[in-house]
Design a protein around this ligand. Structure first.
Ligand code: TRP
Length: 384
């Protein structure tokens, strides 16, 4: 297993990651969360945290809270990429949170050897379109693109002075061969995590991300108080399981374009991919399946339903028990999972079509920093 912010390889041992990173295991019992609690939060897809309890407490006390979650535009987006943004929307709807969405075109340009500037620029726009299709409130949401919204540079300089090379190397797995842009980039992502506080003064900011992004949260926490800010909180998830392995990560790097579910896939394509590739916890023959039953805990179709798509607690228990007993067959389970995923993606695609009927520049503009916000970012940090 190898997990850094830029590389995830092999079978992921989530408990070991938690110990290595030093985050706390998440237990939401006893936390007073808004109801209904977001599915991936209720079912343990988010499984670790830093100060999430304090974040919830601050919201309970009526204090301002914000969310930051971003996207590295290395290509078009698949199902696993969009889920953090639906999480952000839940916090916006339920806690009235301000949401900041940074797009790190610089990061992907620096890290991916093959990508040209024009590639990351066009992926950035393509990705913004999908992210906006989630349906954020333009009054309470801002999107920034690193290489376009250049006022992020100055705070990044302030921040970068407070992190040593040896910290960067230890946390991010940098090597002697890493280009110097790559060494600097983490300062940009630290600034992303601070932006709500830079705009609105010190307050609790939560970053819901997959656990590979935790190193950014750790350095941001270490530096925050020295520049007058509150320590960043983190809500850390597992990876969206890949179609072919319950403990792998949905990704284009090994399986190619065909083995992920794209946001643009239609109902038939989704069904075909699930039928053909989704790893099954069932038995090889119907006969054996009826006799011995299946294993839902390693069945990718079941896991998708459990973590993301089957809201109904009674129904998911029925599916789990039916599958384990052998009453529910793999084909039936896959069919149901494909339908639920298609329902979700069709709703996403409809919102996207509606967005595309408007002038795209206007839409993006309505989610960009306002003049006074740009000024606040530019003026921040003089005293440091
Ligand atoms: N580094 C993230 C990725 O590779 C993208 C990202 C940029 C991000 N800024 C962020 C994620 C801030 C969470 C918070 O996908």
């Amino acid at each position: 297993m190898k997990v850094t912010p830029w590389e995830v390889e092999g079978e992921v041992d989530y408990e070991r990651l938690l110990r290595e990173f030093g985050a706390a295991p998440l237990d939401i019992r006893g936390m007073e969360l808004p109801k209904p609690v977001l599915l991936p939060l209720r079912r343990g897809y988010f499984y670790a945290h830093r100060d999430f309890d304090k974040f919830v407490e601050d919201w309970r006390e009526g204090k301002r809270v914000s969310i930051v979650t971003g996207r590295g535009p290395s290509g078009p987006m698949h199902l696993g990429h969009i889920l953090p943004f639906y999480t952000a929307k839940w916090f916006q709807d339920k806690m009235d949170a301000f949401v900041f969405i940074p797009i790190s075109d610089d990061e992907k340009y620096l890290v991916k050897r093959k990508l040209k500037v024009k590639d990351v620029e066009s992926f950035a726009l393509n990705n913004v379109l999908d992210i906006l299709s989630v349906g954020f409130n333009p009054e309470k949401t801002r999107i920034a693109i690193d290489m376009k919204d250049t006022e992020l540079y100055r705070p990044a300089v302030v921040v970068s002075k407070r992190v040593t090379f040896s910290t960067m190397r230890a946390l991010f797995g940098l090597t002697q061969e890493s280009n110097v842009g790559w060494v600097f980039y983490p300062a940009m992502q630290m600034v992303h995590l601070y932006i709500p506080q830079i705009l609105y003064g010190p307050h609790r900011v939560l970053v819901p991300v997959a656990i590979d992004q935790d190193p950014y949260i750790r350095v941001a926490r270490d530096v925050a108080e020295s520049i007058g800010l509150v320590k960043t909180a983190g809500l850390l998830s597992k990876f969206m399981p890949s179609l072919e392995s319950p403990s792998g990560k949905m990704s284009t790097s090994d399986g190619g374009e065909e083995k992920v579910i794209w946001l643009t896939d239609d109902r038939d394509t989704i069904r075909r991919k699930i039928m053909k590739y989704a790893f099954s916890g069932g038995q090889p023959t119907v006969e054996e399946h009826r006799k011995y039953g299946g294993r839902p805990e390693i069945d990718v179709s079941f896991l998708y339903l459990y973590y993301f798509f089957e809201e109904d607690d009674r129904k998911i228990r029925e599916i789990e028990e039916g599958y384990r007993s052998g009453e529910l067959l793999t084909g039936e389970l896959k069919d149901y999972a494909a339908k639920k995923i298609a329902d979700f993606l069709e709703a996403h695609q409809k919102r996207k079509e509606k967005l595309l009927r408007r002038d795209l520049e206007d839409v993006v503009e309505s989610f960009s920093f306002r003049e006074d916000e740009r000024r606040r970012i530019k003026e921040w940090g003089r005293e440091f």
